[in-house]
Design a protein around this ligand. Structure first.
Ligand code: C2E
Ligand code: MG
Ligand code: MG
Ligand code: MG
Length: 289
């Protein structure tokens, strides 16, 4: 690696770039092997309904442990799998695993449980809806208990094709969530133009990392209410954050304060218990709904 660094040191190709490229090459190679051996696992993070203060369902989040590289974050390998097209077969494995888990938990615990699965822009192809339709029939899943999460920033390219694909999915009865709201090119027109049922406000606002975070939280809730969209808060880490979101009449929330993403067996062993109780709804709320 030292050699590579020395040789390529120039204004156009810095050591940092060489390092990054080398890491990418290695990851790409390992990712191919991981796909063949199904070396992935899904973790599930509880989603809480703030009105009932109960568990609504789960978001499936992929994990990859590589013998040599250790735990690799999805934030690093998902973009890579998108570049190579590997996201399509990987996505199918994710659907299959998440659908099977949902069917099992519904049968064993609660028919009302739902499952939310993240979707990459590269998966939005004409074949996606037929593929998912076949799977929900095969695994006998109620489509109304499925949600697919899409990140807004990636929607803009080939918008019409993507929109068609989302409409096909919505026609199956699946819900579509707009993930990481507020961080991409938040085109507000997309909220109305696409068949989205629910907005997930990005955790950076929930955690107050921005000037005016509270204004953005309140404005997001107001827009969603007017457009008849549900709203989820991501990344809730403290009781103060949770109480504020309740006061703003958010519909759902997720975060380490209530539950971290966990392997299925661990979640089941915990009896789906939350780390902390959800307080009762406050008397004063900023909105009337
Ligand atoms: P995302 O869909 O926005 O997921 C939320 C991320 O925030 C997850 O990171 C989750 O573990 C983390 N998180 C949840 N609660 C908290 C909290 O209270 N505090 C903090 N600091 N973080 C919290 P993760 O699992 O590393 O996933 C990162 C991103 O990778 C996801 O963001 C999603 O865009 C992508 N991703 C994960 N799994 C999949 C998948 O199966 N398919 C696709 N296409 N993308 C995935
Ligand atoms: Mg998500
Ligand atoms: Mg998110
Ligand atoms: Mg994200």
């Amino acid at each position: 690696r030292a050699k590579l660094r020395g040789r390529n040191c120039s204004h156009h190709f810095s050591p940092d770039m060489a390092e990054a490229l080398y890491r990418k090459m290695i990851l790409r190679h390992h990712l191919t092997l991981a796909l063949e051996t199904e070396a992935f696992e899904l973790y599930y993070q509880p989603i809480i309904d703030l009105k009932t203060r109960k568990l609504k369902g789960f978001e499936a989040l992929i994990r990859w442990y590589d013998e040599e590289l250790g735990q690799v974050s999805p934030a690093e390998f998902i973009p890579l799998a998108e570049e190579t097209g590997q996201i399509v077969p990987l996505g199918k494995w994710i659907f299959k695993t998440a659908f099977l888990q949902l069917a099992a938990w519904q049968k064993k615990y609660d028919k009302a449980f739902m499952m939310s699965v993240n979707l990459s822009r590269a998966q939005l192809q004409a074949s996606l809806a037929p593929t998912i339709e076949a799977m929900i029939l095969h695994y006998n899943i109620n489509p109304a208990k499925l949600a697919l999460e899409l990140t807004e920033s990636t929607m803009l390219q080939e918008y019409d094709d993507a929109k068609q694909c989302l409409e096909d999915l919505a026609a199956l009865g699946i819900e579509l969530y707009l993930d990481d709201f507020g961080t991409g090119y938040s085109s507000l027109s997309q909220l109305q133009d696409l068949p989205i049922s629910t907005v997930k406000l990005d955790q950076s606002f929930v955690q107050g990392n921005h000037k005016g975070s509270r204004a953005i939280i309140e404005a997001t809730k107001a827009i969603c209410e007017k457009l008849d969209l549900k709203v989820v808060a991501e990344g809730v880490e403290t009781i103060e954050q949770l109480k504020y979101l309740q006061m703003c009449n958010f519909d759902y929330c997720q975060g380490y304060y209530l539950a971290k993403p966990m392997p299925a067996h661990q979640l089941e062993a915990s009896g789906f218990a939350l780390l902390n109780e959800v307080p009762e709804l406050p008397h004063h709320s900023l909105f009337h709904s």
